[in-house]
Ligand binder design. Sequence first.
Ligand SMILES: C[S@@+](CC[C@H](N)C(=O)[O-])C[C@H]1O[C@@H](n2cnc3c(N)ncnc32)[C@H](O)[C@@H]1O
Length: 301
Amino acid sequence: MKSNRNPLDGKSNRKGGIPYWEKMKPKADVVRSKVAKKKPTAPSEKNLGWDDVAQWYEKLVGHEGSDYHQHVIVPALMKRLGDLRGKRLLDLCCGQGFLGRILLEAGAQEVLGVDASPQLIAAASERAKAAKKLRYLQADASEAGAWADGSFDFVMCLLAIHDVKNLHGLCANLFASMGQHGAAYIVMMHPCFRVPQHTHWGWDVENQLQYRRVDHYAKEREIVITTHPGKAASEQTIFYHRSFGTIIETMARCGLVLSGCEELLSHRRSQKGPRSDAEHTAAEEFPMFLMLEVRKQRVLK
Ligand SMILES: C[S@@+](CC[C@H](N)C(=O)[O-])C[C@H]1O[C@@H](n2cnc3c(N)ncnc32)[C@H](O)[C@@H]1O
């Protein structure tokens, strides 16, 4: 049976442990003066998408979505989307396509999923085979493409903006794919509090509180994420960290304006223990994800 304890902190009772992207962090109790500076070895440039880690991601997300998808991200997204009857939807950087079925069941007229990884697109197509209104296309979401044709009512981009190297290209395609009155919903790791390897939980003994330590934020960073530490170096992806300001500014330059913003907390809570109250408080103070709703600028003028 899986332990619910945070594996990085023997005293913590934080339930459910840590998401994969945060695993490579120092022990939560230890305030380190220096973060080990390892020069990142870039995953193969040939592979824009996630082919090298596709099998692992398919297993992690499965048919229903990961734990965070199911309990935090999808409920928040569906609440915003509202009635989907008659709507055309685009799932940008769709991965293995778990979301398509959920959108169709909510009444969507048609869903197109686009992703750079041939393997993930193959998994998504396999998953969708019985659903005629669900189509998948392998393409770079940051390059111009015929699919970005201004016909979509809603565009989704879940947990992927930080996996795309060319943010400007991605935002330009968000703009190009949406209809005049369309909206895009972008869910990302919260750029202020969740920078892999550069933000951590810590324990303040004197004040008996759990704090969030942010070592680096403002500078753009390419952070190598190893999905199976110790295994093949190819099982890596790059997380492109950008500040909140950079993200909003890039969107604005592509003609997108913010029409909604929601900071999503983790649903996971500690089991009862000496620190559980403090851990609850921290979990309710520091959001895990940021959801942005953006629209075409001229619609608002
Ligand atoms: C963390 S996964 C998220 C997948 C899916 N949205 C989900 O929530 O499960 C990030 C995805 O971004 C895709 N990706 C990265 N760069 C891309 C690009 N330039 N164009 C299209 N997809 C890209 C990867 O292939 C991967 O499927």
